[in-house]
Design a protein around this ligand. Structure first.
Ligand code: UGA
Length: 423
């Protein structure tokens, strides 16, 4: 098939190389010229395991990158993969979706044949039908005989996105028009995964509901973990036993300092916004975020209880990215932890193997260290915020501390003289 992908960010780029790997001809449309140049010369603009290999195989052969929308008119399917960041009060900013839809519509003006617009960007239920479709139909002058619309959400995890694309748990295809859904289903026919067909709004909601469930699972596990901590029970043992129930599963039961990243906080907030707009009171969803906001304060309180007043004390923070394997610090729990430490007058010395530059843009007035031992030297307390595997082998480095108060927000250290936020 001939496929255009609009938006060369994280979802778009991963989708492109994987769709090329599935045998399709891909045109990636990206408005940032720097990204176009980088990707065309085989350099991925994000770090994602397996991406560079696929890119080097397909670029210039079955994958082409451009900043112009002309190729859209030659495509069987056009995937929209632009970002939908959080706007004020939890609502979603869909300005990039609007601009992409307008450009797609313009480039399809007076086109012959039939093609499908498939939306991968995370958008609130109703957006495909009530926002995207009307713009593209109006700008192109086409009707439903020439254009179909599909909501096709992605469930890619950062760091494992290529693997997730090629081995999905399910493929969700939402459409009002069967032909449109059939065409998108055909694009994935080489993947061995169950396909679920539904309406566009249900498909859009499946993405939010999935992320809300996963976020709720983490917050519930963390709340139980907090109780376990007070009773001296190992919450990891508890969650291991809980996860053996196949109805619950062992996934997403790693208790700790909470979830970060560009998706869970944003998507739960958007769902709360939607529920409130509909006149509902989403108490569970609000609590999911509340537990997540309280965990960073809890770990700082624990440090305070062990050390006393934090004013002027040197505190090492190990790990800045929202999870290991990435330099992404968006909504990382390290941000509220560092801000709270600063508010209490602590001197923060931070180390991360990958995310220092990204965190410098968020927080500039702390000391950044190039090694864990530099952060730990003479520190009175240490908080471990990301489960980087290199932290597992830290040992003698802790003997450099002035006083050994070490609290983990993620269970990773093998060093014995430490405690966890929930264990
Ligand atoms: C998440 C979902 O897992 C993907 O399915 C979804 O496609 C994506 O959001 C999205 O909406 O685009 P991602 O944000 O990459 O993926 O990260 P996860 O691996 O899910 O981790 C999110 C956060 O939860 C991290 O801060 C992680 O440390 C935390 N977490 C995860 C826990 O605290 N405990 C766990 O047991 C699992």
């Amino acid at each position: 098939m001939r496929i255009s992908v609009v938006g060369g960010g994280y979802v778009g780029l991963v989708s492109c190389v994987c769709l090329a790997e599935l045998g399709h001809h891909i045109d990636l449309i990206e408005i940032d010229e720097r990204k176009v140049r980088a990707i065309n010369s085989g350099r991925p603009t994000i770090f994602e395991k397996g991406l560079d290999e696929y890119l080097s195989v397909h670029i210039g052969k079955s994958l082409y990158v451009t900043d112009c929308f002309d190729e859209v008119s030659k495509s069987d399917i056009v995937f929209i993969c632009v970002g939908t960041p959080q706007a004020i009060e939890g609502a979603m900013d869909i300005s990039m979706v609007r601009i992409a839809s307008e450009s797609i519509g313009d480039s399809l003006r007076n086109c012959q044949g039939y093609r499908v617009i498939a939306i991968k960007s995370t958008v609130l239920p109703g957006t495909t039908q009530n926002f995207i479709a009307p713009i593209i139909l109006k700008r192109s002058g086409l009707d439903s005989r020439g254009l179909g619309f599909v909501a096709n959400p992605e469930f890619l995890r950062e760091g494992r996105a290529v693997e997730d694309f090629m081995n999905p748990d399910r493929i969700i295809i939402g459409s009002e028009d069967e032909t449109a859904g059939d065409l998108v289903e055909l694009a994935y026919k080489k993947l061995d995964a169950p396909v679920m067909r539904t309406s566009t709004s249900a498909a859009e909601m499946i993405k939010y509901a999935s992320n809300a469930f996963l976020a709720a699972k983490i917050s519930l596990a963390n709340e139980i973990g907090n109780i376990c901590k007070k009773m001296g029970i190992d919450s990891y043992d508890v969650m291991r036993g809980v996860g053996m129930d196949h109805r619950i599963s062992p996934q997403f039961l790693n208790v700790g300092v909470g979830f970060g990243g560009s998706c869970f906080p944003k998507d739960v907030s958007a769902l709360i916004y939607l529920a409130e707009k509909l006149g509902d009171d989403p108490i569970i969803l609000r609590s999911v975020l509340k537990v997540n906001e309280d965990q960073p304060i809890r770990i700082v309180n624990m440090l305070h209880e062990r050390l006393g007043d934090l004013d002027g004390r040197k505190i090492a923070v190990l790990g800045l990215s929202f999870k290991n394997g990435t330099d992404d610090v968006r909504e990382s729990r390290s941000i509220p932890v560092i801000n709270e430490l600063k508010r209490r007058g602590a001197r923060v010395f931070a180390y991360d193997p990958l995310a220092e530059q990204a965190m410098r843009k968020e927080i500039s007035d702390i000391e950044y260290c190039s090694k864990a031992e530099h952060a730990l030297r003479d520190a009175e307390g240490c908080l471990v915020m990301t489960e980087w595997s290199e932290f597992r082998s830290l040992d003698n480095e802790f003997s450099l501390m002035k006083s050994k108060v070490i609290i983990e927000g993620r269970r990773i250290l093998s060093y014995v003289d430490k405690e966890g936020i929930c264990w």
